[in-house]
Design a protein around this ligand. Structure first.
Ligand SMILES: Nc1ncnc2c1ncn2[C@@H]1O[C@H](COP(=O)(O)OP(=O)(O)OP(=O)(O)O)[C@@H](O)[C@H]1O
Length: 830
């Protein structure tokens, strides 16, 4: 195979660039070297650029000669032109581009159409008319379209393959391009099973050149891509661009614990300081893991006068399109947007040149994800900032999520008696945590080393080439070490890991069917060490990881230098996904009781036991509930001081919220199951409300100073409990759902207890994570949406790697833990 780290010389011949021994026959003569001249013409006339950028020219030259090409180049390098120009350089015929993301496709198709290029896209959003036109075009055998963007699922459909057969027979199938090719690799962070099937293309259409492009692939992933696509070994043109994005300033904001109010305030400060320094507003993105955080942060920033909007798949695509347009326009104009608070849905394909900052509200799940997301900044080459908010508590949480997902894959592989899955995802997260924890190694160097560049970190002159004081470590070495002292101590985190270790292993303790051998040897073992290892892992595992490394992989830890620090605050662990901020718990954890019936006007001060009455008649007597019936849950009073002085009259907070509620979630398997599940629930329950047991409930009432009223919280509690009851007590598959949750006995009291306990935890979580009533409402709505998905049994078995999965996983885990506690007889004290 060609060398992986250097630019290889393109094959001297014009075609076929395939092993002579291969049965592969060239389909048609490629262009001669004069094509290079044509390509420059296309670059200038069609795309309006003066010169090729980086190694674009070499790549384009190799492609037009018909070579298989592998491109690994940093974000923003201009990979798209590497296949778009060759596609137009061909006299006729079509280039098929497999792309994983709708947003990515849309973005490229729109831009090409603006340049009058004949391009089509086939995905879940293609209208029947468009599809008909595409089929007609392809079935002619001589398509007029020059590029076809398509999802891997659609490409592998029998119908599409039949059409491509026809095009191939007519020698009009010019090239097969796999964008974001790391999705192919099992070792890649965004692995998509359908991508694996793309290997058949080489066999089915021999002689058609293949191009694979990615910005994030370690050497292992690179090899896997080349093998999986069956790209030519001997005549592969492989380009590995240097990874460094020298204009990006990387910074870690160390954080003692995730405390949303303070964190949002910090982010506001950060952005407004940046605006003040530049003398004008700048474009930026704040990445958040959860949709509700996006909503709330955007509302918070708007309340403070910034032009901010949320962006996630829970919003209607028309709203998302508008947000994208307004953001591209910028905040200075009428209705423009400066800051987008987004999940990873706003990532690949976002190509705004002047994004001046990327903030990570929480820790991404992989190094590659972090690199991709920060890659949206500074694409015009001017300086831009990338700030990651990092706390060890959050790192613990992400480790658990990634570990759970890995365990699931181990389990699935074991059931299918297949080879064990790679530990890639777990290793990638560990590297990202290493990166965040390092306080003595340049961040640019760490990134490039992660992607396989050999760098001697002791060679100061070399390091300077990568980073000229463009990261916090190089610019403020002492300050970084001081700031890092804010992190929670290792002892505290160690105890959390121990706790997580217990949680993750409960199936085994309970005699579950999880394969022990795999589990202890797989990646799960590295994240949550096996029992025998716990003693050492707690005290040395994190320490080992947090070591002051000298190999570029180390953690570098100020805490180690200064000795262990006591935990900053005392806290009680409630459940995964439920973050108890220390301040709340210290404030006394005052509990208020109310009746858990559907009635919401109960006194909040006294504990009331209501006589059991017919729910329907109580409902009929309650005017308030009539309102709730038609409008399930909305805070009665919105905190107007927190409302946005929005400049966009067409898109107020409330409208955005309504859009959110009515969200028509876009493609993706989980999303489809979301819909199916919601349909199931709504079909099953003709009445919007179900009868709840009439018992007392205590809400945790921390003295947090938040303006979230008791009544609002009670409504939130009831809505959450209603939904849980609909799924678990009245759902079509209620029995199987309980089985999946881990409760096989048919004990109504136990079930009620479990649901009540689960509701309390979910409600408390929503309260803890919210700053305002609006945010609280949005979180409850989000949780309700996720609970509904549990009605679909597949969600329990096949969690997809989509943005919602970890939130669903948290709820699943919470319910399972509560069931386990109940089975062990601990669940009575609810
Ligand atoms: N030769 C060139 N001269 C100037 N600008 C260019 C050139 N080639 C591409 N660009 C611009 O660079 C930007 C990034 O291009 P593109 O989106 O293709 O990058 P990418 O490598 O695919 O990035 P990512 O992996 O982050 O999606 C685009 O705005 C594009 O117009």
């Amino acid at each position: 195979m060609a060398s992986s780290s250097s630019l290889c010389t393109p094959p001297p011949v014009s075609y076929p660039n395939l092993p002579p021994s291969s049965a592969v026959k060239p389909r048609r003569l490629r262009r001669t070297p004069s094509a290079a001249v044509d390509c420059h013409f296309i670059l200038t006339k069609v795309f309006g650029h003066k010169e090729f950028k980086g190694k674009q020219k070499a790549i384009v030259d190799a492609a037009v000669k018909g070579a298989d090409v592998f491109v690994l180049a940093p974000t923003g390098m201009g990979k798209s032109l590497c296949f778009q120009i060759p596609a137009l350089a061909d006299d006729h015929g079509i280039t098929v581009v497999v792309s994983p993301l709708l947003a990515l496709m849309k973005n490229q198709v729109t831009k090409l159409r603006e340049k009058h290029v004949q391009v089509v896209a086939l995905n879940s959003e293609t209208t029947p008319e468009e599809k008909k036109d595409i089929i007609k075009d392809l079935s002619s055998g001589h398509p007029a379209s020059r590029l076809l963007y398509i999802t891997p699922e659609k490409l592998c459909s029998a119908e599409m393959l039949r059409l491509l057969d026809k095009v191939y027979e007519q020698r009009e199938l010019n090239r097969f391009v796999v964008d974001e090719a790391h999705c192919i690799s099992e070792w890649g962070h965004d692995f998509r099973a359908e991508y694996r099937r793309l290997g058949m293309f080489r066999e089915k259409y021999p002689g058609v050149p293949i191009m694979a492009l990615t910005a994030t692939a370690t050497p292992l992933v690179q090899d896997d891509i080349v093998k999986s696509l069956k790209m030519s070994d001997e005549h592969l043109f492989k380009v590995v661009h240097p990874f460094n994005r020298a204009n990006l300033y990387y910074e870690i904001q160390y954080w003692s614990s995730p405390y949303p109010v303070a964190q949002m305030a910090e982010i506001f400060e950060y952005i407004s300081n940046l605006h003040a320094k530049r003398g004008r507003a700048s474009s930026g993105i704040v990445y958040c893991r959860n949709r509700a955080t996006c909503d709330e942060l955007a509302a918070y920033l708007r309340g403070k006068g910034l032009n901010a909007r949320p962006y996630h798949k829970g919003l209607k695509s028309s709203v998302l399109d508008k947000t994208l347009r307004d953001w591209e326009k910028g905040g200075s104009g009428d209705g423009g947007v400066d800051v987008v608070c987004s999940t990873i849905a706003f990532g690949l394909g976002i190509d705004k040149p002047d994004v001046r900052y990327i903030i990570h509200y929480d820790l991404p799940k992989s190094f590659e994800g972090y690199y991709q997301e920060t890659g949206r900044a500074g694409r015009d080459g001017s300086p831009a900032k990338c700030v990651l908010f990092y706390s060890r508590e959050d790192a613990c949480k992400v480790r658990k999520l990634v570990g759970m997902s890995h365990d699931k894959r181990v389990w699935a592989a074991d059931s299918a008696q297949g080879p064990p899955p790679s530990q890639r995802a777990v290793d990638s997260l560990t590297s990202l945590i290493n990166f965040a924890e390092a306080d003595s190694i340049c961040r640019h160097v760490m990134i490039c080393k992660y992607f396989g560049e050999a760098i001697d970190i002791h060679d100061e002159a070399l390091v300077k080439k990568y980073c000229n004081r463009m990261c916090d470590v190089c610019k403020y070495p002492d300050k970084v070490k001081r700031r890092k002292l804010k992190l929670a101590s290792e002892e505290y985190i160690g105890s959390q890991i121990q706790r997580l270790e217990r949680d993750v292993r409960y199936d085994d303790e309970e005699g579950g069917s999880r394969p022990l051998s795999r589990q202890s040897s797989g990646a799960g073992a590295s994240v949550f060490q096996s029992k025998q290892q716990v003693g050492t892992s707690v005290n040395s595992g994190w320490k080992r990881n947090f070591r002051d490394g000298d190999d570029g992989e180390g953690w570098g830890n100020a805490n180690n230098v200064n000795g262990p620090k006591p935990p900053p605050k005392i806290r009680t662990y409630v459940a995964p996904g439920v973050v108890q901020t220390p301040r709340y718990m210290q404030s006394g954890g005052l509990k208020r009781s109310f009746s858990a019936s559907n009635e919401t006007n109960a006194s909040t001060e006294t504990v009331r036991k209501q006589p059991k009455t017919d729910y329907a008649s109580r409902l009929a007597n309650s005017g308030r509930l009539q309102a709730l019936r038609t409008k399930p849950f909305r805070p009665p009073l919105l905190n107007t001081s927190n409302r946005a002085p929005t400049t966009d009259a067409n898109c107020t907070d409330v409208e955005m919220q309504r859009e959110n509620e009515a969200a028509d979630i876009d493609e993706g398997e989980l999303v489809q199951t979301d819909r199916a599940a919601e349909d199931t629930v709504s079909r099953r329950s003709s009445s919007p409300l179900v009868e709840l047991p009439d018992d007392d409930v205590e809400l945790e009432m921390p003295d947090s100073g938040k303006r979230i009223g008791v009544e609002v919280r009670k409504e939130g509690f009831i809505s959450l409990r209603q939904t849980l009851h609909k799924v678990f007590m009245f759902g079509e598959h209620a029995t199987q759902t309980w089985e999946r949750a881990g409760l096989t006995i048919d004990d109504k009291d136990a079930k009620n207890d479990i649901l009540k306990c689960t509701t309390r935890q979910l409600e408390f979580s929503a309260h803890t994570m919210s700053v305002s009533e609006e945010g609280y409402h949005s979180r409850c709505q989000g949780t309700i949406r996720l609970i509904k998905t549990l009605a679909n049994l597949e969600v329990w078995d096949h969690r997809q790697m989509l943005e919602d999965s970890e939130e669903t996983a948290e709820i699943v885990q919470l319910i399972r833990e509560t069931c386990r506690a109940r089975r062990k007889g601990k669940g009575k004290a609810i």
